[in-house]
Design a protein around this ligand. Sequence first.
Ligand SMILES: *Cc1c(COP(=O)(O)O)cnc(C)c1O
Length: 367
Amino acid sequence: MAEQNPGRNPVRAEVVVDLDHLRHNVALLAARAGSADTLAVVKADAYGHGAVPVARAALEAGATWLGSCSLDEALALRAAGIEAPVLSWLDTPGTDLAAGVAAGIDLGVSSVDQLRGLSGARLHLKIDTGLSRNGCPPQDWPELVAAAAASENEVYAIWSHLACADEPDHPSVDAQAKRFADAHDVALAAGLTPKRHLANSAATLLRPDLHFDMVRVGIAMYGLNPVPQREDLRPVMSFRSSVALTKRLPAGESVSYGHTWTADRDTTVALVPVGYADGVPRLLSGRMEVLLAGRRRPVRGRVCMDQVVVDCGDDEVAVGAEVVLFGDGSRGEPTATEWAEAIGTIDYEVVTGMYRPRVVRRYPGAR
Ligand SMILES: *Cc1c(COP(=O)(O)O)cnc(C)c1O
């Protein structure tokens, strides 16, 4: 990836989305999916990466479907001129689904209620096989299947979502697969011949037997590995800033709110103008490092709303120098996964949390 661009001013808070990495990951996942279609999940503005550029790059690299959580997200793809099939799966009552049908958006349906008033739609009936979240519970499934079959809509597919696919030996995966097979039998008995999809990223990587007609990949496409084994995935997002100010701090001086850190020697500190308003979790206070002037250096004291302070020891650090908060790790910088582990969450939350109005996005690999 390009180093600091000489023609540009130092950035304040910038998310760089490497679409070459995204295309690499999608190609890898599509190859693993074999003959199954690959649906690229671009919900939540593509996990914070930007839905439209990500969708375009994913389609270039072998995805043939897109998935979004709401019709608004799906229609934004259409408004950008993207014509690939899009599945939208979680709309609130009162959403104008007819507008989605008119735009050729496929709809996920979990209840008979959601079918009411729908016609001319292409449906993906969702069976709850054990996640107990969205989806139709097995006891209501025959009724939903019958109602959909009798409606003026096309039942394109049945589908479900796995709870523990990232734990290879978790017994729930097979239990969910069994319920999914039963649900398919009910659909066949009702005269339907739907396609099937069940696998998320983890199941795409671990369970070829569950690929069926399509896989739905999210996190792995963004280069974050959900499975225990090593995979050649390349993190797509990096987060950068620049040094705004440097100063020499005498021994005995303390840093940031609460004075939780005190210098035990004279040291040079660099002020970096990003904080929890820009997606740096305050919980990382005292537990994070950044890449600055060629090496990792610790952030001292508390993470503030708009700033963090980096301890540079006796090294010369230039105002305006690039600071990498997280990236793909190839230059030794922290990764989003490292942040997540440090604060007891998952990398999904870290990257999705970078969707902030103050953080600029850049797409160096855009075609
Ligand atoms: C978010 C989501 C996915 C993608 O999950 P990953 O673990 O990110 O691959 C797939 N299917 C559904 C229904 C989802 O909500």
